[in-house]
Design a protein around this ligand. Structure first.
Ligand SMILES: Cc1cc2nc3c(=O)[nH]c(=O)nc-3n(C[C@H](O)[C@H](O)[C@H](O)COP(=O)(O)OP(=O)(O)OC[C@H]3O[C@@H](n4cnc5c(N)ncnc54)[C@H](O)[C@@H]3O)c2cc1C
Length: 619
């Protein structure tokens, strides 16, 4: 940690300390992505593509057969967007379908879905109505069911999980007006009562999705600090809070650019008395709980983004064939054809990343914290670009609301709603910037573990020496292997020549990435933490490599199933070729860039040095 801390101010150091304390230090299972950053590609982890079992697939298929007609016949997504309300009849119907208990084990009355089937269901909802998808996802991916399933006591599970199975709604309350990405400064407190049996929660929580209608919430609050080796340690603890508990109040329902139907609010807690039995995982374990919950919880976002991308692609394809301008369907003008082509390749990559990561979560054999973060980062950014392209392809109609289109007799195609709805995905459950920092921190972890204790003044001299010897021995072998290596590809599955070319590139580039990250750590040392532009490029390269690997694996799998259809291979090939170009550009930019100038000008702008630029506008 100190290695990352540098000479920064106390506040930042405290935030880093809280983040580091919440980190899962152990890697109990192998991680494909973590290894990728060290030049060790474990192909066997993703080849052959992990397929959903036939039994599990049937459960999902049967469920989607019920869910799809329900959505089509009962949920008017444009009306939700217009009125800001998901009708009671829809809430009731969703509850009857078991939507609020999809992830809850059967013994508690839930559907006991695998991650894949749960994601398939939320994805289908997202392709139709973003607000309803977010209602279900906030409830189950981050709300009370998931942390209780993972960490709840038998009593907590018995008391709460059956309620959700019947349709009770839950929410997750971490963010505060002054606390977003950096929870260390949280001001909501939970003070133990004199007898120690209860805690009194005081504070405000902002933007809590489902918060205005939730029956039960997970609330993060600061409990009294722990003294460790004479130093105060911030303790953030997760509490189960019921809406009926005196002192809990919804102060305001927030409304947003999109997702008009979500019930998201500013909540106040005034001396809300919560029994100590309502603590989840333990005192001071709140942030760890949030991080671990999000490792799988976060996977719903890429699934939803992928479904929205597919729907946008269908709309763009249909319109490009139908709309004739300049004597030809617009899809035949190369600028539009190229957009459609890239949308399809990108959607294939999103699909591959989403279902690979979901399958890994179900198999439980891999540590997917980095895969999930990359899936979130990659799919949210890709879906935003796809939404943008689909608006562009629809032209003026892309900017017109579905209601307005309908009002003048045209088909109410909601691409502008999709665009508004999908923008938030780059912000919630970890912003893109925070995801990049998180991935970069974990990517450097194998080196930090070896080097940090040697540099730390706290490590006793004897231990330092023995660690230095073992680090020297490790790097004597590891570093040359990043230049001269044998392929780890063992024909895990049959692949075509095109895919094999990409596999070779991924392997070669993984070694290059490992070397360059190592060099950057050696050159910048503790200063690397501040070089966010440089770190982001490493993460972008790693993310594209992961998406390439997922796409290759899935293409090989689909080709194996239907050899006559080369479509998956074509899309994977195009995605990989474009990703290869991006990766080469990113490596080039690591050596030749304007980072310093960009930073300097940004700082000057922040200091108000370019105010002459700000003329001619309404102030
Ligand atoms: C529709 C919606 C639903 C939400 N649902 C929930 C919910 O259910 N529960 C809940 O607890 N919260 C929820 N949130 C809050 C959401 O998680 C936060 O908005 C998010 O964590 C970012 O926090 P912030 O908005 O305060 O941004 P800030 O943390 O203030 O960040 C602002 C910008 O600065 C960047 N930034 C911040 N720190 C750094 C850094 N160290 N390095 C580089 N860049 C940085 C961010 O990436 C971002 O671009 C919701 C928000 C919205 C709008």
């Amino acid at each position: 940690m100190e290695l990352l801390k540098g000479k920064d101010n106390v506040e930042k150091a405290k935030s880093l300390e809280v983040a580091e304390d919440a980190r899962e230090e152990q890697w109990k299972h192998p991680s494909f992505v973590s290894d990728l950053f060290t030049g060790k590609i474990q192909w066997g982890m993703i080849f052959p593509f992990p397929e959903q079992s036939a039994d599990d697939k049937k459960i999902g298929d049967d469920y989607l057969k019920k869910l799809e007609p329900f959505l089509k016949n009962n949920l008017d997504a444009d009306a939700v967007d217009r009125t800001g309300l998901i009708p009671d009849s829809v809430m009731k119907g969703l509850a009857e379908l078991g939507c609020f208990g999809m992830k809850i084990p059967k013994e508690y009355g839930g559907l006991g879905f695998s991650q894949i089937n749960y994601n398939r269901a939320v994805a289908m909802v997202a392709s139709h109505c973003g607000s309803t998808a977010v209602l279900l996802s906030a409830h189950q991916s981050i709300g009370v069911p998931q942390p209780l399933k993972m960490f709840g006591t038998p009593e907590q599970k018995k008391k709460y999980l059956p309620l959700f199975s019947k349709g009770a709604v839950s929410a997750f309350a971490l963010t505060e007006p002054e606390v977003g990405s950096d929870p260390a400064k949280m001001s909501t407190t939970a003070t133990p009562t004199e007898d120690g049996n209860h805690y009194l929660i005081n504070g405000k929580k902002l933007w809590c999705t489902n918060g205005t209608i939730a029956d039960v919430l997970v609330v993060m609050a600061k409990t009294p600090p722990k003294i460790v080796k004479g130093k105060e340690k911030t303790q953030i603890t997760a509490f189960i809070v019921e809406k009926g508990m005196p002192g809990f109040e919804v102060l305001h329902r927030c409304s947003f650019m999109g997702l008009k139907g979500i019930q998201n609010g500013l909540l106040e807690f005034k001396n809300v008395k919560v029994p100590k039995e309502n603590i989840i995982l333990g005192l001071g374990q709140g942030l760890k709980l949030a991080l671990v919950t999000l490792n799988t919880g976060r996977l719903t976002v890429p699934a939803a983004c992928t479904a929205m991308a597919k729907k946008s692609l269908v709309i763009a394809r249909d319109w490009s064939n139908k709309r004739v301008q300049w004597g030809a369907p617009i899809g035949q003008h190369e600028a539009v054809t190229a957009k459609i082509s890239m949308m399809a390749a990108m959607t294939f990559a999103m699909d591959s990343v989403t279902w690979l990561t979901s399958a890994m979560a179900d198999q439980g054999k891999a540590d997917i914290r980095l895969e999930a973060a990359m899936a979130k980062l990659f799919c949210t950014e890709a879906s935003w670009r796809i939404a943008d392209d689909s608006v562009q392809i629809r032209g003026g109609r892309g900017y017109e609301t579905a209601d307005s289109l309908k009002g003048r007799g045209e088909e109410p195609i909601p691409v502008e709603r999709f665009m508004r709805d999908c923008r938030i995905n780059l912000i919630i459950e970890g912003t893109s910037e925070i995801m990049r920092l998180f991935i970069a921190r974990e990517a450097m972890d194998p080196h930090l573990r070896r080097i940090f204790p040697i540099m730390s003044p706290k490590t006793p001299l004897g231990q330092k020496l023995s660690m230095a010897v073992s680090a020297f021995a490790f790097y004597t072998f590891w570093y040359p292997r990043q230049w001269m290596y044998l392929s780890r590809w063992r024909n895990h599955t049959k692949v075509s020549g095109a895919i094999r070319t990409h596999i070779r590139f991924i392997e070669k580039t993984s070694h290059k990435l490992a070397r360059e990250l190592f060099h950057a750590m050696a050159i910048h040392q503790e200063g690397l933490e501040k070089r966010q532009q440089l770190l982001a490029r490493f993460v972008n390269i790693g993310t594209d490599l992961f998406a390439m690997a997922a796409s290759c694996s899935r293409a090989a799998h689909l080709l194996g199933q239907t050899p006559s259809d080369r479509g998956p291979e074509e899309l994977a090939d195009l995605f990989c070729k474009e990703a290869t170009l991006r990766i080469k550009r990113e490596f080039h930019a690591q050596r030749e860039n304007d980072d310093k100038m960009i930073y300097k000008i940004g700082r000057k702008m922040l200091e108000g040095k370019y105010q002459w630029l700000e003329t001619g506008i309404v102030r």
